[in-house]
Design a protein around this ligand. Structure first.
Ligand SMILES: [Zn+2]
Length: 61
């Protein structure tokens, strides 16, 4: 499974995410590897099996 790059909403830096999620989950909670703040990464599985995603702050901003 390929890593995914999302943009941290806090520091604006790209963060690599491994989409190792279960079949019923599409939100991943991680800490930004740059600024260490908590992110929620929303994942969307494409029809070809790859993932796209975007990051939100913990409070959904
Ligand atoms: Zn950050």
């Amino acid at each position: 499974m390929d890593d995914l790059e999302v943009i941290c909403p806090y520091c604006g830096q790209p963060v690599m995410v491994t989409p190792d999620i279960g079949p019923d989950t599409d939100i991943l909670s991680i800490d930004c590897s740059v600024c260490c703040r908590p992110l929620q990464v929303h994942l969307h599985r494409e029809s070809d099996g790859s993932y796209t995603g975007w990051a939100q702050s913990e409070h959904g901003e």
